[in-house]
Design a protein around this ligand. Structure first.
Ligand SMILES: *Cc1c(COP(=O)(O)O)cnc(C)c1O
Length: 392
């Protein structure tokens, strides 16, 4: 039976419509562009490319599809090595498996929680020794924080390895004044329901290489050759974005900056209210970068705070508040058992530490101040009443 006293659920990251979506959807209906192509798709691509400052963008059915296409465009072959951040959602690496390629996972650094340039350098040096230079490096920008791109690019350029940026979580973030996702050969955004803006489901592949993106559109529509009959000479996919959903995306893009402001404000409030709890540390923001703060993430040092992430998650769940541990590193996933992994250094395994001590708090841009106060109250109450274990 439902508990009628149960308080309203607070979600981790819920969709936040602007109200303008309906206008573009109606346009699609009145003009009967109900297809995975049409004026909304073209306009959404143009508008997003202009916003982030890239030459071109291809709208597709998901962020995962965009990563898959990027790997196809880089001509990844079976058993080729592809390096990938370990601390991320499985979608960053699943497309490596679609290609039959071999993932090699790279640890995080403490400064950004993202790919450790040190570990990357070691992994590349080993790859050179073994004569197996990776065909691509997939760099993830976690929870909106950009990776250390200058260092990563300089290492990759030295070995002439192309970079794919998984910017699924960092649309609206900047690194040294330039949009996150525009530094590599390809950038990938996601418009899944939980992302900073959404089309319910969708993604975008961006690049300055307009020829490559033309090929991406070709591959994403079953690779149909130019012929009056149906002719195909290479394997394709059905990956294009619906013209209806692109309409949702156009309206969402108009309010992206509001959404970033709202999420950053939520982060600030958590900081102000929770920083005094001993052992809590918020995810850092690298100098000269601006994170969209998609999710407020923090770590809890159990030895100092006296409580674990697990127990706090349980207490929040009892109050009908959705919080989550940080991503479980991919090198720890059964799916990738036996795959190579390079830790930050000999002594530090940063992604594993973050996994064991990290938590993401509700951060939806449409969460009310009262909702957030409820989350903060719950954490403070939990801290005040938690039995500090006796070590004696
Ligand atoms: C959401 C997400 C994806 C996948 O995007 P979809 O649109 O859901 O396919 C990829 N990588 C990261 C880091 C994500 O958070």
């Amino acid at each position: 039976m439902m508990d009628i006293n149960q308080r309203k659920r607070i979600f981790l990251s819920s969709p936040h419509m602007s109200g303008n979506e309906q206008k573009y959807i109606n346009e699609a209906f009145t003009t009967n562009w109900i297809a995975p192509l049409g004026p909304n798709v073209d306009a959404f691509e143009r508008e997003l490319a202009a916003y982030i400052g890239s030459k071109d963008a291809a709208a597709v059915s998901s962020g995962t599809a965009a990563i898959h296409l990027a790997l196809r465009l880089l001509d990844i072959q079976k058993e080729d090595k592809v390096f990938c951040s370990s601390l991320t959602f499985v979608a960053s690496a699943n497309p490596i498996l679609y290609m039959g390629a071999e993932p090699v996972f790279i640890d995080s650094e403490p400064e950004t929680w993202n790919m450790s340039p040190q570990a990357l350098e070691r992994a590349l040096a080993d790859a050179v020794k073994e004569g197996e230079i990776p065909k691509a490096v997939i760099v993830v920008h976690l929870y909106g924080q950009s990776a250390n791109m200058d260092e990563i690019l300089s290492i990759c350029n030295q070995y002439e390895v192309p970079v794919i940026e998984d910017a699924a979580e960092s649309l609206g973030s900047t690194y040294k004044g330039k949009a996150s996702g525009t530094f590599g050969r390809f950038g990938v955004y996601s418009f899944n329901g939980n992302k900073i803006i959404t089309t319910s489901g969708g993604g975008m592949l961006v690049s300055d290489d307009t020829e490559a993106l033309a090929k991406a559109r070709f591959l994403a529509t079953q690779a149909r050759d130019l012929a009056p009959h149906y002719q195909h000479s290479t394997e394709g996919y059905n990956y294009r974005m619906s013209n209806i959903l692109a309409g949702v995306g156009r309206a969402q893009l108009e309010v992206l900056e509001d959404r970033v402001r709202a999420r950053r404000l939520i982060f600030q409030r958590y900081c102000q209210e929770l920083a005094s709890i001993p052992g809590i540390q918020f995810m850092p923001e690298l100098e000269n970068t601006s994170s969209n703060r998609w999710l407020t993430a923090l770590t809890i040092n159990e030895k100092i705070s006296g409580f674990s992430v697990c127990s706090l998650l349980k207490s929040l769940a009892e109050e009908n508040i959705e919080a989550r541990p940080v991503w479980k590193p991919l090198h720890m996933q059964p799916l990738f058992e036996g795959k190579s992994y390079y830790s930050h250094n000999e002594f530090e395994n940063v992604s594993e530490q973050l996994f064991h001590s990290g938590i993401c708090l509700p951060s939806a841009s449409n969460m009310t101040e009262e909702d957030q106060a409820r989350v903060i109250e719950c954490i403070k109450k939990f801290y005040a009443t938690y039995e500090i274990p006796s070590f004696f």
